[in-house]
Design a protein around this ligand. Structure first.
Ligand SMILES: Cc1ncc(COP(=O)(O)O)c(C=O)c1O
Length: 363
């Protein structure tokens, strides 16, 4: 969709990345780190200052202590974190449950590990987890479950009650958890992010994954984190050591320093909520039906009042004829399930959003 957007000079609200730059203070920190000579291999698990900053942040926000030496690992983005966690615990024939629609790396990663993908749908329309269906999918061969809140692509957020239900459901099992929390600092309308770290039973079985790329508007830097109990981290690092070994040094120093001030990540929800509101208000006059967006930087819309096309064809048409790129939700399902819903990314400058709104209001 990005290539098509470029070809047709469309406003690209397809791929999920900001079109604005990060805080200059972060750039200064990284630049200073380079100039100070932090340009060689760092420790395999990440520099201690960054691991400590991550552990302190989790403790402050979720009241759980992770040992920075033994339980926090710095990765080359969340994508590598997820692959590494999967390769560390999934053996050929193990079953791994994914909740569809889901981020596109999960399924190929599971297949790469020789695992068997078990797809459980989130409830169409609301995208709520269906715990009866998740429970029915668990078998003695289930090794791992992957969850993601705030959720890409549906922009829904799991509540405290949802996490408690999951905790209860997994309690009698040995199922491990990957909790993909890359949008942890984008939760709207006063709600709080319910990290797996908040729930003892979940934290004890979870690789909790996050991404500085999402939090600090630097998706191209590819720096992420995994918090997991020591025994799980030990296994994760055995794979990490031989796939990336280390993550770039100056970025780690810059991020460690920048994390000393909590304001940038604590203000992120308000920052993106304002963009969500601008985008939603602008589309209110159009025939696109807005679905709720309670977290992440995505807004899904139902296209049925606008077009008879399927999602993928609609997105192509929208890019070519209206000049706005979006992503079909069917791309996040193994069987291409088409519910006439497409996803826009509002991590864009206000002027970019206003231009997209002007075009979309023609619909
Ligand atoms: C749900 C989800 N997980 C993981 C990632 C990957 O994050 P990173 O860029 O840090 O690899 C993304 C990026 O779009 C995502 O949406």
């Amino acid at each position: 969709m990005s290539a098509l957007a470029l070809e047709h000079q469309a406003v690209n609200l397809g791929q999920g990345f900001p079109d604005f730059d990060c805080d200059p203070r972060l750039l200064d920190g990284v630049t200073r780190a380079m100039q100070a000579g932090h340009n060689q291999y760092p420790p395999m698990a990440g520099i201690p200052a960054l691991r400590q900053a991550v552990a302190s942040k989790i403790e402050a926000l979720h009241a759980r202590q992770y040992d920075a030496n033994a339980e926090i690992t710095i990765t080359a983005g969340a994508t590598q974190a997820i692959l590494t966690a999967i390769l560390a615990c999934v053996q050929p024939g193990d079953e791994v449950i994914v909740l569809e629609p889901c981020y596109d790396s999960y399924v190929p990663n599971i297949e790469l590990a020789g695992g068997v993908v078990v797809r459980v749908p989130l409830t169409p329309g609301s995208f709520r987890p269906d715990f009866a269906k998740i429970s029915a999918a668990i078998t003695p061969r289930t090794r791992l479950l992957i969850i993601n809140s705030p959720h890409n692509p549906s922009a829904t957020v799991w509540s405290e009650q949802d996490m408690r239900q999951l905790d209860e459901l997994l309690a009698p099992t040995n199922v491990l958890l990957i909790s993909d929390e890359v949008y942890e600092h984008m939760v709207f309308d006063g709600a709080e992010h319910q990290s797996a770290a908040r729930f003892a039973g979940l934290a004890a079985r979870a690789f909790i994954v996050s991404s500085f790329g999402k939090t600090f508007h630097v998706t191209g830097w590819k720096v992420g984190t995994v918090a997991a109990p020591a025994a799980m981290t030990a296994e994760l690092r055995k794979v990490h050591q031989f796939n990336v070994f280390t993550v770039n040094t100056p970025m780690q120093h810059g991020l460690a320093e920048y994390l000393q001030d909590p304001a940038p990540y604590l203000q992120l929800s308000a920052f993106y909520q304002a963009k969500r509101d601008l985008f939603r208000l602008g589309l209110e006059g159009s025939r696109l039906r807005l679905l709720p967006s309670t977290g992440s930087y995505f807004q899904c819309v139902d296209i049925s009042a606008v077009s008879d096309l399927g999602e993928a064809d609609f997105c192509q048409w929208l890019t070519r004829e209206i000049g706005v790129a979006a992503i079909p939700l069917s791309a996040f399902y193994g069987d291409g399930f088409d519910q006439r819903v497409v996803r826009f990314c509002f991590a864009k400058k206000d002027e970019t959003l206003r231009e997209a709104i002007a075009r979309l209001r023609r619909l």
